[in-house]
Design a protein around this ligand. Structure first.
Ligand SMILES: Cc1cc2nc3c(=O)[nH]c(=O)nc-3n(C[C@H](O)[C@H](O)[C@H](O)COP(=O)(O)OP(=O)(O)OC[C@H]3O[C@@H](n4cnc5c(N)ncnc54)[C@H](O)[C@@H]3O)c2cc1C
Length: 404
């Protein structure tokens, strides 16, 4: 078990510097263009792959090679400090990888995760498709069906997935589908849809408020046939689990909850990077801009806003690091991963709004980056569990009651 420490080790400091330099030199200058184009920034992600920042080895090292849990949030904060849309384009395949790690066998992990990233010469993309047009937070409402065809040992998938990062442009899609509709959310299973599988297509591509360099689209599954080995975890394990649920035995809800709690600090770190970018920009601006014959920071109302922003950002980082460390080294007690994610989304939305206020009119136009950062921040209150869903998880954890 690693000691909890606020001091980063030598490796972490190096990674932090390495990602920061890429964010400052490559991502930031490219950000306005890809935000306007609303397209996946292939050239930037290819550059990230060339230096090893986009690739399964980096994710594997960040996820499993670090006993403190802090390396990944530290790297992600720097990446999203550069730009959240491009940051998400780089991180999006990680959602598929996490889905494969969560449910797959070691053989499936080895087979599919490298395909989610490809190689620096030819990058690949992964997508994790759970949400549906009529069911986002309410996972028991998923309708996408997976039916087993015993004659061919294939699963047949039908349905529509909504809001999917890299949806339809990914090489590997991980799809959550209903295998037993009578069991609600306990009757789901995850499937890998391999590259080039017939019947999978992109539906509408969404025009978004923020993170516009990240591709988000519907995924339509029309009689998609995947081999039996694409069921993550395998059929035997699925049949055993379904039988346990049908007998009314308790499943491994606790284990699933721990998995979600462990991935939430990374999402919090994304929001933290956006918040820090806006705070730093507003601080510099307030020290330069003059009104009424003095720098605007010399007014307490501006300086106190910046003081509050700095405090909220540091408090958020403490929550994220604690949750990331707990994810690796201890048991969560009070949904600390959800606390970190919820706080980070709120702080990013608030800090970026305050940054606009400090810049005045210049904060409101596209020539300056803070309006983009404000648009980008908001997604962190919504995806990977909305603010209200985090509140639900935390209130259940602290009370031990089934709050609805
Ligand atoms: C840019 C973007 C990228 C995304 N990427 C992915 C992806 O890669 N893969 C994927 O599977 N999904 C993805 N999503 C989907 C995302 O996770 C969902 O949008 C999110 O879970 C919310 O679901 P919903 O939009 O259906 O909202 P709803 O669940 O309909 O919620 C609407 C409102 O009701 C509130 N609410 C719902 N239930 C309760 C309750 N019980 N108590 C209190 N309040 C409640 C919510 O908090 C929210 O404010 C993405 C979404 C976006 C916008």
């Amino acid at each position: 078990m690693a000691e909890f420490s606020l001091e980063l080790n030598e490796d972490q400091l190096q990674i932090q510097k390495w990602v920061h330099e890429f964010a400052a030199d490559v991502i930031r200058p490219a950000a306005p263009e890809w935000d306007e184009r609303e397209e996946f920034p292939y050239p930037v992600v290819e550059q990230a792959a060339e230096i090893g920042l986009y690739g399964w080895e980096f994710m594997a090292e960040g996820m499993s090679g670090d006993p403190t849990g802090l390396t990944l949030p530290v790297a992600i904060e720097e990446l999203f400090w550069g730009d959240a849309g491009i940051g998400m384009a780089i991180m999006g395949s990680g959602l598929a990888a996490a889905g494969i790690v969560a449910s797959g066998t070691p053989e499936q992990v080895i087979e599919w995760i490298p395909q989610c990233y490809g190689t620096p010469d030819k990058i690949g993309l992964g997508a994790f498709a759970a949400s549906e047009p009529d069911a986002g937070s309410d996972v028991a409402g998923y309708r996408t069906r997976a039916v087993y065809d015993e004659a061919t040992d294939e699963w047949v998938l039908n349905g529509t997935k909504a809001w999917i990062t890299n949806g339809g442009i990914a090489d590997v899609h991980v799809v959550v589908a209903v295998v037993d509709p009578e069991l609600g959310s306990k009757g789901h299973a995850s499937f890998v849809v391999p590259p080039g599988t017939k019947g999978l297509s992109m539906g509408q591509k969404y025009k978004k408020h923020g993170i516009r360099a990240s591709h988000t689209a519907e995924v339509v599954l029309d009689d998609v046939r995947v081999p039996g080995r694409c069921l993550l975890g395998g059929k035997e394990k699925l049949d055993e689990r379904l039988a346990r649920v049908r007998r009314g035995e308790k499943g491994n809800a606790q284990a699933a909850m721990q998995t979600f709690e462990a991935t939430r600090p990374a999402v919090g770190a994304q929001a933290l990077g956006v918040a820090r970018a806006a705070y730093e920009y507003a601080l510099d601006y307030a020290k330069e801009r003059e009104a009424f014959g003095r720098k605007i920071i010399m007014n307490q109302s501006i300086a106190f806003m910046l003081a509050d922003m700095a405090t909220e950002i540091d408090a958020t980082r403490m929550l994220i690091w604690r949750a990331a460390w707990l994810g690796k080294n201890g048991q969560f007690k009070n949904a600390e991963g959800s606390m970190a994610k919820m706080k980070a989304g709120r702080v990013a939305t608030w800090v970026t709004e305050r940054a606009i206020q400090i810049l005045g009119g210049y904060g409101y136009v596209r020539e300056y980056p803070v309006e983009r950062w404000h648009r980008d921040a908001k997604i962190h209150d919504i995806f990977e569990g909305t603010e209200q869903i985090q509140q639900l998880v935390i209130s259940r954890a602290i009370s031990g009651l089934r709050i609805e």
